[in-house]
Design a protein around this ligand. Structure first.
Ligand SMILES: *Cc1c(COP(=O)(O)O)cnc(C)c1O
Length: 360
């Protein structure tokens, strides 16, 4: 049995070359006689893995010197609390609600201060990105928060909001490293790596240095202070070593492929194959506004839940797996992250065409 095309939203498909290399190094990592997961996080071999991963990420994303890269734990969801605990000096923050992940972050921030929902697309089931060119930003807001790519609903901010000078904080979990971004536009950019970068359990935080202070909300635990991790190069306690090792391999894979500009071109071509088909199909329809479409998560429906179920089942029999939409949304969703090859998307569209012919 070979590998299937895995369209899961996360944990998601990883580059086969990376998995193969990790397999080869599993029992004896480069002559150390042990696996990376058995290795001290203070060892020379691990230190090299750790620092190369940071350096490669800095190079890939062109991260300026006044930003730190942190490898943390607790998934993206722990950041929902860590961000207000560390940044909410005035106990006010503005949230743009474009999906369930943004909403969860907004609700969590309410535990620490006044979180304002200054824009939302919930009125139309999160199928678009609201106009964010002139929002009622709170004068005393400590930051403005967005989820840049909405994994569940398949929308994406193609233009960043006008924060009127306030700090921008962005969850980029499901579009991490899918295209170049200008890091200087953000105070914090963060993402759980299990969508587009590596195994679950590691979260990467890129944070501007002046935001790393001891001036945090009273009672903030040591482990939830950015300063704790920044001061120790993410080695305050045992970091998720194996996860960081795999992320490091993915960074090298991305560099070999020409970096993030090349990835964006590839991702745009891949997504266009699927969207073009959806725009012409009589049976399958995309569910979000065209101008706000994600390059990574593509939801679609037939309009008939029984036909959706039949499609998902038959696709699975063809080796096209995990196409079921999010549990609260239904329909289908194809996640086509960096590691999904063009051939996977072509195979999906060919099957959709055939399914439509048979059932139309
Ligand atoms: C998956 C996801 C999360 C939650 O990640 P965990 O690591 O499970 O906490 C948060 N934000 C976005 C955009 C996601 O896609």
């Amino acid at each position: 049995m070979g590998r299937i095309y895995n369209f899961s939203a996360g944990p998601a498909t990883l580059p086969e070359a990376v998995l193969q290399e990790a397999a080869e190094e599993m029992l004896d990592y480069r002559g150390t006689g042990m696996s990376v997961m058995e290795m001290s996080h203070r060892s020379k071999a691990y230190e090299t893995i750790h620092n190369e991963a940071i350096a490669d990420l800095r190079e890939l994303m062109n991260i300026p010197d006044n930003y730190k890269v942190l490898f943390l734990q607790g998934g993206a969801s722990t950041q929902f609390a860590m961000i207000p605990m560390n940044l909410m000096k005035n106990r006010v923050a503005d949230y743009i609600i474009t999906g369930q992940w943004a909403k969860k972050a907004y609700k969590e921030a309410q535990l620490y201060g006044k979180a304002n929902a200054i824009a939302s697309s919930e009125d139309k089931m999160f199928t678009y990105i609201p106009d964010c060119s002139d929002l009622p930003i709170s004068p005393d807001a400590d930051y403005v928060y967005i989820c840049q790519n909405n994994t569940v609903f398949g929308t994406k901010f193609h233009t960043l909001p006008n924060t009127k000078g306030k700090l921008l904080v962005a969850d980029v979990s499901s579009c991490f490293l899918s295209e170049p971004i200008d890091v200087t536009k953000y105070g914090i950019v963060y993402g759980g790596v299990q969508k587009n970068v590596g195994p679950a359990g590691t979260v990467i935080v890129i944070i501007r240095e002046d935001l790393i202070t001891d001036d945090v909300l009273p009672g903030t635990p040591t482990m939830l202070r950015y300063k704790t991790h920044a001061d120790s190069n993410s080695l305050y306690n045992t970091p998720p070593t194996y996860g960081i090792y795999i992320c490091g391999k993915v960074f090298k894979w991305l560099k070999q492929r020409g970096g993030l500009t090349a990835m964006r071109d590839y991702n745009e071509k891949k997504a266009a194959i699927l969207y073009d088909y959806l725009d012409h199909s009589q049976m399958f329809k995309g569910t979000v506004e065209k101008k706000d479409r994600s390059l990574m998560n593509v939801p679609f429906v037939t309009g008939n839940p029984d036909l959706d179920a039949k499609f998902i089942q038959e696709a699975k029999e063809r080796g096209l797996e995990n196409l079921k939409g999010y549990r609260t949304v239904g329909g289908m969703r194809a996640s086509i992250y960096n590691a999904m090859p063009m051939d996977g998307v072509i195979a999906l569209v060919e099957f959709m065409r055939e399914f439509e012919r048979r059932n139309g």
